[in-house]
Each structure stands twice: as C-alpha cells, then as structure tokens.
Design a protein around this ligand. Structure first.
Ligand code: ADP
Length: 543
C-alpha cells in the first residue's frame, strides 16, 4: 500500500513536481528534519536547569533579535508568494500571509517592549507587548492550520479572480493593514487583558495563551501529519515542533519571565523555527535555478546537434550526388551536340544518353546508400568480392584521372578472406580516397603522378586496403582535422568525404586512417573484418 506521503496528488501538483509545496520529501530531507528536531531537543534539555537565570540588561539585544526575526519572516513570505505565483495555490498564499502577519507584528512588539525604545517615548501600556505577543502566537498556528486544511481541496476551489499579481498585491495590502490596524488598536487601547504583573513577570491570565497555543500547534501538527505529502508539509511540522520547544522554554521552563535564560533560549528557538522554511525555500530556489540552467544547456545542445546532423546529412548528400550530376550534365550536353550536327550522329548521341541513364542510376543508388547510412537498422550486408569492387571503382575513376594526367595502378591480393558489406557504400569510400589522391597531385610537376591502390589480407582475418599518392602530403597543421565534417583545404571542397568514408568503414566494423607516404604524399588505409559467412559475392557494379 502507498503511504500517504507517496500517494498521488489530486490537483495540478503533477504539473509542478519540483516545487517545495508539491515535491515529496526525499530520505535526506526527512533525516535532516529529524536531526534538526533532535538538536533543538538537546538544546532544550541543556538549557532547562538554567532557564530561570535572569539576564538583566539584555534588552539591548532585543532590537537585533526583532530585526532578524522580521527579515526572516518577510523573506519567507516573499518566497512563498513567488511559489504561489508559479502555482496559484491558495493554501500557499495563506501560509505566506501567516508569515507576513507574524513578521509585521514583530515591529510593534519590539517597539513597545519595556525598556528598549524608551528614549523615543515608545513605552506604551505595559500590557501592549504581551497582547501583541499573544496575537502573534495564536495567529500563526491558525494560518498553518488553514494551510493544512486547504491544501488538498484546491482542485475543487475556484481559481482566484484577477491576475496572480493583483491577488498578491491585494493579499499583502490586506495582511499589512490588518497587522498594523490591530497593533495600533492594541497600543491605543486603555483597557487590555492583564497578561503582565510588571515589566518582567507574567500574570496568571497569561497561562491561557501558551496553553491555547500548544493546542493549536498540536492541531496543526495532526492535520499536517494526516495530509502530509510535500517537503513544505514536512518542514512546517518541524516548525510547529520547534515552536512547541520555544513555548516550553519561554512559558514553562522560564516561567514566562522576560529576559531570563529560558526566555532568550526560547526566542532563539523561535528564530531557528522561522528560518527553517526560509532556508528550505532558498535551497529550492537554488536547485530550481541549477535545474533551469541545465535544461537550457541540454536543450541548446540537442538543438545544435540536431542542426549539425541535418547539416551533415544535407552536405553529404550534396557531396555524393554532385559527381553523378556533373557527369550527367556533361553527357547530356555531348548528346545534344551530336544531335545538333548537320547530320545528327545518332549512335554517339545514343551512347551519351546511355551514360546519362547510367549516372542517374548511380545517383539513385548513392541516395539509397546515404539513407542506409543514416538508418542504421536498414543496412544491407552482402558477401562481396572486394577486389572486384575496387576494380569497378578504379575503372570509373579512370576518365577523371586521365583528365588530371594521373595514372592509377593497383596491386590487389587474390587471397583476401571473404567479407560482407554494403557494396554501394564501400565503392563510395574507395572512390572518395582515389578522388582525394588525384586532387592531392594536382600541383605536382616534378615526379610521376601515380595513385597506387593495394589490397591485402591482414592478421587475423582482416583485409587492409590502401590508397597511396605522391601528392602534397598531409599538412601537419591539419592532419587531426581532416576527418572532421566540413573541413576542407580545397577551394570547392565540402569536407565531407573523409568523414563520410570513416563512418561507413566504422559501421562495417573497420578503421580508416592516414599516414605519410615516403618521400612524398599520403596513404589512406582502411580495414574490413573478414567474415566467416560463406556466400556468393554480390557487389553489383554501379551502373
Ligand atoms: P574535400 O575533399 O571536400 O576537401 P575530404 O573530407 O575528402 O573533403 O577531405 C578533407 C581534407 O583532407 C581535404 O580538403 C585535404 O586537405 C585533406 N586530404 C584528403 N585526402 C588527402 C590526400 N590524399 N593528400 C593530402 N591531403 C588530403
């Protein structure tokens, strides 16, 4: 069975699972809450024997205490309002009002405290401070109680009218006028309940205040306990327990005598209690900020990598398709020229059109190959004759090589282990390496311009293919970057060929790398794993 704290939320809490008022407490938070309570109980036990010791002259510390309490309660209220603005929970708004009300009442309480602001003539009726203290003490648990009772019914309560901002401004104004209005009535009143015997000691009537407060704290604790779900609920329970400890110190162990050690210890307990929710809210804010920063960062990364993948895809398509397209244009223009002659040369035009058809098929196969490369599950692997595949590519590259006055030589070992692969993709790899080798020798005039292609078996059961040239060689400044997408030193280069070739080879379980050729040029090597699968080699030449 689910414990209450893990039970599913019934309202919009699911939309904000990370807020203090919605997220269930984790084990660390529960342990921390237990630890805080234990520490305060120990402090209570240590202080108990000395609680009645009088610390005369300590009034001077009271403004500092009051200022700290005011600040802490106002900040807590502000952070709870911020939480309300995210998720317009009336319960959170009520709790925030409770902190605001209690915080604001600290001002008249401190100002009227006997012997503190006497210089400013602010000593009012002896009963004013105690009456304000009673209102504070009894009102705060009422706000907590209201929070606990409302928090689960929010789904059935109408959304606050008007914008969230108007609700916040309205509630702050209402609470402030209530607090200051009440304080001014108390300060001006001639007749107030006799809570104090003198400036230090409480009268017998006072005993009802802590008793009523204890009842309210316990009622708050019970209603939070049965409805507890969120981290905020957990810490509010700790706050109420701390207030109980404070009351024990102030009113029972310290006998309600002002400025006694028990009284001061109780005050600091109260300050600790007020700070607790604030600290938890602050840590929540920091966590939320960190989470926001992380999610913005990962969202940006995801967008960038999506863009890069799309750029890589489109660039690789352009790179692989440009070659057959250029060749189709050349053949089609040649065909037109043959037909435009006075006596149309039908045979030659026919041959040119056949080349167009062949290149069209090639382009389509290339596109299919690219699609296969990016769709990993759809990769075709067939037994292939690697030497035949290389020879087909070299045959097709011959025309271009002749144009660049480059000769191609091949030394292909007839005893290669059987292998499987995607013939179209592997033809693209060899074609890319040969085209690069031809390009690299474009500026060479002082030595033979030869591309030398070899294939050989390698231990264990691997095949090594090398494409060697006597060109400019690998520039030491760039050799680490030549496999990066879009890296090119050629004026019209796209810088996709090597990246594309390497990913094809690696998808086949092989490696592709480059070394220097001695004394000139570069050698590009790639390996392919041999396969144990016997089958009929089926590397259809690209038509
Ligand atoms: P592209 O050919 O469009 O420039 P590649 O990815 O095929 O793209 O090559 C990237 C770069 O690697 C080339 O621009 C060139 O600088 C370098 N490169 C490739 N092959 C050779 C080679 N055989 N000799 C020297 N440099 C080479």
């Amino acid at each position: 069975m689910l414990s209450r704290i893990d039970a599913p939320m019934i309202d919009r809490q699911d939309n904000y699972p990370f807020l203090l008022s919605t997220a269930p407490p984790n084990r660390t938070q529960k342990r921390l809450a237990g630890g805080v309570l234990a520490a305060l109980l120990v402090a209570l036990l240590i202080t108990a024997p000395f609680a009645r010791i009088q610390l005369t002259g300590t009034e001077i510390l009271l403004p500092a205490y009051a200022a700290a309490d005011l600040l802490v309660e106002l900040l807590t209220s502000a952070l709870l309002l911020a939480s309300f603005s995210v998720r317009d929970s009336r319960a959170v708004l009520i709790l925030s009002s409770g902190y605001l009300f209690s915080g604001l009442l600290v001002i008249p309480w401190a100002l009227t405290f006997p012997g503190v602001f006497t210089a400013f003539g602010l000593d009012a009726n002896m009963q004013s401070t105690a009456t304000i203290a009673a209102v504070r003490r009894l009102s705060f648990p009422l706000f907590v109680l209201a929070y606990a009772l409302m928090k689960d019914r929010e789904a059935f309560i109408r959304k606050p009218q008007g914008s969230i901002r108007a609700v916040i401004v309205g509630s702050v104004a209402l609470v402030a006028s209530l607090a200051f209005g009440l304080a001014s009535i108390i300060v001006r009143a001639d007749e107030l309940p006799t809570f104090m015997k003198d400036a230090r000691d409480v009268a017998s009537l006072w005993r009802y205040v802590p008793a009523a407060a204890v009842c309210l704290y316990l009622a708050g604790l019970v209603s939070l306990w049965v409805r507890r779900r969120s981290t905020l609920d957990l810490w509010l329970m700790v706050v109420l327990c701390t207030l109980l400890i404070e009351l024990t110190l102030l009113s029972y162990l310290g006998a309600g005598t002002r400025l006694s050690l028990g009284w001061w210890a109780g005050r600091f307990c109260g300050l600790a209690s007020a700070s607790m929710v604030l600290l938890v809210l602050l840590s929540e804010t920091t966590t939320l900020q960190a989470r926001l920063a992380r999610s913005v960062h990962s969202e940006r990364l995801a967008r960038e990598s999506r863009l890069t993948a799309m750029e890589a895809l489109s660039a690789s398509i352009a790179h692989e398709i440009n070659q057959p397209l250029a060749s189709m244009i050349t053949s089609a223009s040649a065909g037109l020229r043959w037909l435009d002659k006075e006596t149309p040369r039908v045979k030659e035009a026919h041959a040119a059109l056949e080349r167009v058809v062949r290149d069209g098929h090639r382009a389509r196969t290339v596109i299919d190959g690219i699609r296969d490369l990016f769709r990993k599950d759809a990769q075709v692997r067939v037994p292939l004759d690697l030497n035949r595949l290389i020879r087909d590519v070299l045959q097709r590259s011959e025309e271009e090589a002749r144009f660049h006055r480059v000769s191609i030589e091949a030394d292909l070992d007839g005893k290669l282990p059987p292998t499987t692969g995607n013939p179209v993709q592997l033809q693209q790899v060899v074609a890319n390496l040969v085209a690069n080798a031809i390009d690299a020798m474009g500026a060479v005039t002082d030595r033979p311009r030869v591309v030398y292609v070899t294939s050989q078996p390698k231990e264990p059961g691997e095949i090594l293919v090398s494409v060697k040239d006597a060109g400019t060689g690998l520039d030491p400044n760039h050799r680490d970057r030549i496999f990066e997408p879009f890296f090119s030193t050629k004026p019209a280069g796209m810088g996709m060929g090597l990246m594309f070739s390497r990913s094809i080879v690696e998808n086949h379980g092989g490696r592709l790398w480059a070394t220097d050729n001695v004394p000139h040029g570069a050698i590009f090597h790639f390996t392919l794993p041999g396969s144990d699968v016997a089958g009929t080699p089926n590397n259809e030449p690209i038509r």
